[in-house]
Write a protein that binds this ligand. Structure first.
Ligand SMILES: *Cc1c(COP(=O)(O)O)cnc(C)c1O
Length: 496
């Protein structure tokens, strides 16, 4: 029998052939990164991805190697120039953050160390614990609560709702939801983010058992209606288990009446969860502290660090008041995960006791480095600045006879439309949609949109550390100019 030959020369790895080449490429990448970030203002917020670039991104699987420099050149040509735009000072779409220069470098360092932050005795485990402690302090949450960093608020909300669901019956972990007597129902306002709907589906309860309670004219949950619905459900054999409050709705930034939600949750012995994806962070601002005080009593909170803390994607956080209950929801015994007394397999409690993931990246490093670099006071000032900018933008809208403010401005979101009068609702919707698309194509500014009571509105969400007043003035001037152009083009239609 012939022996398989493995000589040292035949063994391969993925390290650079020449470390100096990668060192030089690394220097060049940092140079390009700095140039890219320092002159953002001169760049368009967004430009479309050209057809040939899209074509180029449909290549066959590379079979052989390429020079790293060539790979980087292709990145620079086809990927780097067509960003989403959310790092730009005039990006106001959805609710998105911007990242920072040191944040980007911290991602590089996290990848260099590349620890799997699930288990073990190594520095990253302690960095994440440190960061979680800071998150608790930030929201005034108890220090003995538990938490975990996740990819974002969607995952944080699912994680929290799963923990809440499991408190409804001890039988769920073994038997699933079929093992519970009643049908479990959760309660939120009709303005709640759709990740809560998805969470209800994913945790096996189904969205029919999510009761969407109507809101008042400020888009806050009507608590009378909430109570009535809970009582009706109890009478009909359902088992209410959770109330979800919004600290900042995605449409308008509305904050539900948190104190009342907490009181009702306690009265009916329900879990009180807060989706504070961006708005929970406003708790740092004195003017919002009272409105958000009840977060300190919530059973769980989901929020993002990649939105209103301006950190690079992805990083969100869930905190659970009762660590024991949190742990119980995710712990299963596994021989290969038992902690040792010493050595690498010792270390803090595995993060897999607090969420679904086992292998996890070093998300905590960018949070740790960013908070160290700027200090919490700077974040407090920036969030305050964004809130002030939103009300300033509201005043620009109100001053302009061709613009209409479409909702109150409880926090950092402004909804307006171009409305020169005399147009019906159908044509106003068409006109404003066209206006928004042209605004994006102009590269000047990038708000997005929503519908409020069937009316298409341009929606400006300011979670942007780079935005200045002059950017808002430019947004308004350009909106009006484009609105007038569209109006002058016989664009309007008789048909509905
Ligand atoms: C963005 C957002 C979410 C989802 O968070 P991701 O980080 O995108 O997963 C949930 N709720 C609200 C209110 C949001 O604004």
């Amino acid at each position: 029998m012939e022996k398989t030959k493995t000589t040292t020369e035949q063994e391969i790895d993925l390290d650079p052939q020449d470390w100096n080449t990668i060192r030089e490429l690394g220097h060049q990448i940092i140079e390009d990164m700095v140039d890219y970030l320092k002159d953002l203002d001169d760049q368009p917020v967004w430009k479309g991805v050209p057809a040939d670039v899209k074509e180029n991104l449909k290549q066959a699987m590379p079979q052989g190697p390429s020079d790293p420099n060539a790979v980087y050149q292709e990145f620079k040509k086809n990927i780097f120039p067509y960003p989403k735009g959310n790092i730009h000072p005039r990006f106001f779409g959805w609710v998105e953050g911007n990242g920072t220069a040191l944040g980007a470098l911290s991602e590089l360092l996290a990848s260099v160390m590349n620890p799997n932050v699930g288990i073990g005795e190594h520095s990253a485990m302690y960095v994440e614990r440190q960061v979680l402690d800071w998150c608790k302090q930030l929201l005034g949450y108890p220090s003995d609560s538990s938490g975990i960093l996740l990819s974002g608020a969607s995952m944080a909300n699912i994680t929290a709702l799963l923990v809440a669901r499991n408190t409804a019956s001890d039988a769920i972990k073994a038997g699933g939801v079929d093992a519970t007597d009643g049908k479990l129902t959760a309660y939120c306002s009709s303005e709640t983010h759709n990740c809560i709907v998805k969470a209800m589906e994913v945790i096996g309860l189904g969205h029919n058992q999510l009761r969407e309670i109507p809101v008042d004219e400020r888009y806050q949950m009507k608590t009378d209606a909430l109570k009535e619905q809970i009582i009706r459900d109890q009478q009909e054999g359902y088992t209410p288990f959770c109330i979800i409050g919004n600290a900042g709705t995605v449409n308008t930034g509305a904050i539900d009446p948190m104190d009342e939600l907490l009181t009702i949750a306690r009265e009916f012995d329900l879990w009180f969860h807060v989706d504070g994806a961006f708005g929970a962070l406003a708790k740092m601002v004195p003017a919002y502290e009272d409105k958000l005080r009840s977060l300190e009593q919530a059973d769980s909170i989901a929020f993002d660090l990649h939105k209103w803390m301006y950190m690079p994607y992805e990083v969100g956080c869930v905190l659970v008041r009762n660590a024991e209950i949190h742990r119980a929801a995710f712990t299963t015994e596994a021989d290969y995960l038992t902690a040792h007394d010493r050595g690498l397999a010792a270390g803090p409690e595995t993060f897999s006791h607090f969420g679904m993931e086992l292998s996890r990246g070093f998300k905590a490093l960018k949070v740790w480095m960013s908070l160290k670099e700027h200090g919490i006071e700077k974040y407090r000032k920036l969030i305050t600045q964004n809130i002030t900018q939103a009300s300033y933008l509201g005043s620009l809208v109100k001053e302009n006879p061709n613009l209409e403010l479409m909702a109150g401005i409880p926090m950092n979101i402004v909804c307006y439309r171009f409305n020169p009068g005399q147009l019906d609702g159908f044509n106003l919707n068409r006109l404003n949609k066209e206006l928004l698309m042209r605004l994006h194509e102009s590269g000047v500014a990038a708000p997005t949109y929503t519908f409020l009571e069937g009316q298409y509105v341009i929606r400006v969400s300011i979670t942007n550390h780079r935005t200045k007043q002059k950017d808002l003035i430019k947004l308004i001037e350009t909106s009006v100019a484009i609105g007038e152009d569209v109006l002058g083009e016989a664009f309007l239609s008789e048909e509905e």
